[in-house]
Design a binder for this molecule. Structure first.
Ligand SMILES: Nc1ncnc2c1ncn2[C@@H]1O[C@H](COP(=O)(O)OP(=O)(O)OP(=O)(O)O)[C@@H](O)[C@H]1O
Length: 579
């Protein structure tokens, strides 16, 4: 238990002193909560000795009332301190995790199920947030009360005090067993939760497909099964712990019978006062309560340790290596030197070399799965390469801090993620220092100002999760406005105009040409007609660079690009004829 407390205290980081203050207040509260013991002792003693006068009663009740008042004051202060610190600690932890997730390779991130990460960041941290600090404080308070009660009873009669604990050896063994069960049951519950979250996320994300294929019944049945399995697993997990808890209490309370028997024997032999016997009889039952509380708290603390383990497990991912000192790029040329990379041991990209000069456009083409997206993601250190170098401005990308590297690069995808926030906040996300006029200017350049103005709440319109309340073209232009605000010197366009209808395409092309002015640009495009002006075109085939040159150069020689180009021309002709 002390180990669990230490781990929770360690978690509290910069709030440690506040937690300690809360604990101290809890101890003071516990000390004053023991005042009724003294009150009862004096009261019973005076009553038996027939010395209970009105003055005595007044003194006892007055002192008793004051101590209760002081106890409540400490209780109030302790609760206020401890409950707020739980939220503060976990708020800090969530921020740490958010920062940390940015710094781990995407591979590690993608390798984890979203359900698992969600479960850690929401459920498990919430458990710690709500209960951990209170538990620590309550455990320490219970120990304080226990120590005071035992000392108090010990002063009255040592053998009878010892008799309280005759059932403890058996209780102790059962308690150990129940802790093991607690950990097992906590793990089972966490796994069941992750399973439930994963399935619910998948269900809600795939709801459009379910509707389109009219497969709602099967899916609902499956979800019902998932819910049932979750309920069964958690009920079973709890059911295993409950009998052990009962057994623990039963053996503990056996001691009370021994105390009463021993007390009767001592009383009959005039070895103790009747007042002492009464004290043991009245307080006796209560001595076990802190033990019961401690046992259940220590079980909960053990279960919480499972949450702490999982938090630590998440934080143990190896973050991307960063230099101690940051550097700034002198220019924004990009160079790949003999780069090899694989998601597994099998390389996806092999010995790739090329250079993109500053302020030029490099198009990357190749069949689906040839490695185009992987190639550009390596520049952003989504994954680290296995061999070779990638340089920006003549410096290895490892020389830059991740934050700096991310400032240098902006990406526009075919389908861009917008946060469930206002349009304004989604655009300013590109640069938090931007002013309102910068946001509007960017939106104008990205051809989205007009449609934003027609929305009832204009820039304050909420866009729904992932931008779900906007059309694909609108989302695209807002994402471009966000990139314009960010004003990175390197721009990546990953299929940015694919799947866009001709009317939207004109506007998006106009927005993109504003975005890429004076930048080093990489564009991945299946539609070759959109990259004929590129300064260089790189042709990938099964992870290898097979051709490099301008559109004119590549269409003049027999090769992959020429055949791709002719095939697309053929498709266009076929399209015209079929019209
Ligand atoms: N996270 C990943 N883990 C494992 N393999 C991956 C991952 N991402 C991509 N791959 C594999 O790497 C190869 C290259 O994928 P990549 O997305 O880079 O190709 P691409 O040329 O961009 O394809 P497309 O044109 O279809 O987008 C593919 O075989 C793909 O299945």
């Amino acid at each position: 238990m002390l180990h669990s407390i230490k781990r929770i205290l360690d978690l509290s980081g910069k709030y440690k002193s506040k937690v300690k203050k809360g604990i101290l207040l809890g101890i003071l509260e516990s000390i004053f909560s023991c005042a009724p013991l003294l009150f009862m002792l004096f009261f019973i003693r005076d009553m038996i000795n027939e010395e209970l006068t009105a003055t005595n009663i007044l003194i006892y009740t007055g002192t008793f009332s004051i101590s209760i008042l002081i106890q409540f004051l400490f209780h109030y202060k302790e609760t206020a301190t401890i409950s707020s610190v739980g939220y503060e600690v976990i708020d800090q932890k969530r921020k740490d995790i958010a920062m940390f997730l940015k710094k781990i390779p995407m591979g590690d991130f993608v390798g984890k199920s979203l359900g698992e990460i969600n479960a850690i960041v929401t459920n498990e941290l919430t458990q710690i947030e709500l209960y951990a600090m209170q538990l620590v404080s309550k455990v320490i308070s219970s120990i304080t009360i226990l120590v005071i009660t035992i000392i108090f009873l010990g002063i009255l009669n040592i053998p009878m005090t010892i008799a309280f604990f005759v059932g403890f050896p058996v209780s102790f063994v059962i308690n150990k067993l129940s802790h093991k069960m607690y950990i097992k049951s906590a793990n089972t519950k966490i796994e069941a939760e992750s399973y439930l979250i994963n399935n619910t996320v998948e269900y809600t994300q795939g709801v459009a497909t379910v509707k389109a294929y009219n497969n709602g019944r099967n899916h609902s049945e499956r979800m019902k099964g998932v819910f049932k399995e979750f309920a069964n697993k958690t009920i079973k997990a709890d059911a295993k712990v409950i009998p052990l808890l009962q057994g623990y209490a039963l053996f503990m309370y056996l001691g009370f019978g021994v105390v009463l028997s021993l007390g009767t024997y001592l009383l009959m032999n005039n070895k103790i006062d009747f007042s002492v016997f009464l004290m043991f009889a009245v307080i006796g039952v209560h001595i076990y309560q802190p033990f019961e509380i401690l046992s259940s708290y220590s079980g909960t603390l053990k279960a919480m340790e499972v949450s702490l383990d999982r938090l630590e497990y998440l934080m143990k991912f190896r973050p991307l290596k960063e230099p101690k000192e940051d550097v700034k790029a002198d220019n924004f040329s990009v160079e790949y030197q003999d780069v090899t990379f694989g998601y597994t041991k099998e390389p996806i990209l092999r010995n790739l070399s090329f250079k993109a000069k500053e302020n030029t456009t490099t198009a990357i083409v190749g069949a689906s799965g040839s490695g185009k997206t992987t190639l550009i993601q390596l520049m952003m250190r989504f994954w680290d390469i296995d061999k070779g170098n990638i340089k920006i401005g003549g410096r290895n990308i490892y020389d830059y801090k991740i934050e700096t590297l991310m400032k240098y690069i902006s990406v526009v995808f075919q389908d861009n993620y917008l946060f469930n926030d206002t349009i304004y906040n989604n655009i300013i996300y590109g640069n938090e220092n931007a002013k309102k006029e910068d946001i509007i200017k960017a939106a104008e350049l990205a051809c989205c100002h007009k449609f934003i103005k027609t929305l009832p709440n204009g820039y304050d319109t909420m866009v729904g999760e992932g931008g779900s309340t906007l059309s694909g073209g609108e989302r695209q232009r807002i994402a471009i406005a966000r990139a314009i605000v960010k004003d990175s010197p390197i721009i990546i366009l990953d299929e940015a105009t694919s799947g866009v209808d001709p009317i939207n395409e004109v506007e998006i092309q106009r927005a993109i040409s504003e975005l890429v002015k004076g930048k080093t640009v990489f564009t991945i495009a299946h539609k070759l007609s959109s990259i004929t002006d590129a300064d260089q075109i790189i042709v990938l085939d099964q992870g290898q660079l097979k051709e490099k040159g301008t559109h004119e150069e590549l269409t003049k020689k027999e090769g992959i690009y020429k055949s791709l180009w002719e095939r697309q021309l053929g498709v266009n002709k076929w399209k015209i004829r079929s019209n």
